[in-house]
Design a protein around this ligand. Sequence first.
Ligand code: 13P
Length: 248
Amino acid sequence: MSRRRRMVVANWKMYGRLTSGLVLAREIAEKAEEARPLNFDLVLCPPATLTWAIGEALLGTPVMLGGQDCHTATHGAYTGDLSAAMFVDLGCRYIILGHSERRYGHGESSELIAQKVEAAQLAGLTTIVCVGETADELKAGETAEIIEKQLRESLPKKIKTANLVVAYEPIWAIGTGQQPEPEDVVTVHKQIRKVLGEVGETVRVLYGGSVTPSNAENILCEDEVDGVLVGSASLNADGFWAIAEKCQ
Ligand code: 13P
């Protein structure tokens, strides 16, 4: 068993309207309530529009809330953006930063992500920082190099490692049904710990990319894997719980 407390995080991305999102959150919370006390951290990261309502629905349950991205500034003239403190207001304890859908879909650089990490930690959030290689980088044998570079550049100098979680999400595995072999995940997770230096053994490192109820066990049985970051399979309460309970 891993020495670190495990973690299962749902990234709902841009899915869920008020009614469907509330139903899903309540169903997940009900399962978590029945399983109390949870031996792992369970976090839902819904679209920001749902966070307040879901936060109310989750009050008193063991399920925690997170955001999917935030701005670097505390406030200002930034149309359409949300600050880390705003997520804190909504009851969030976590925030996903540097997801590949932000890095590649919105052209976010590692330098920008490092600024977001610093801002989010200052606001009191625990940052889930995503790193991962593309299919071409994998083919070229550049995974180790890319992961090290992304990680080093995406963490601010003033990092609070107690408030840091790293998620290894190979881009080619996101939403594709493809996955690395568990031993390859272990290799990357070990490398992430090495890059983090002496605190590496205390930081939780998650895996994300096409995690489903049928393949979660293969990954979660590895000591190096402190949990999973789940996309599409987190949009169904039974399926998501089937993954989560493997950490119980
Ligand atoms: P999928 O689980 O849908 O592959 O998404 C993974 C992901 O991007 C989680 O952040």
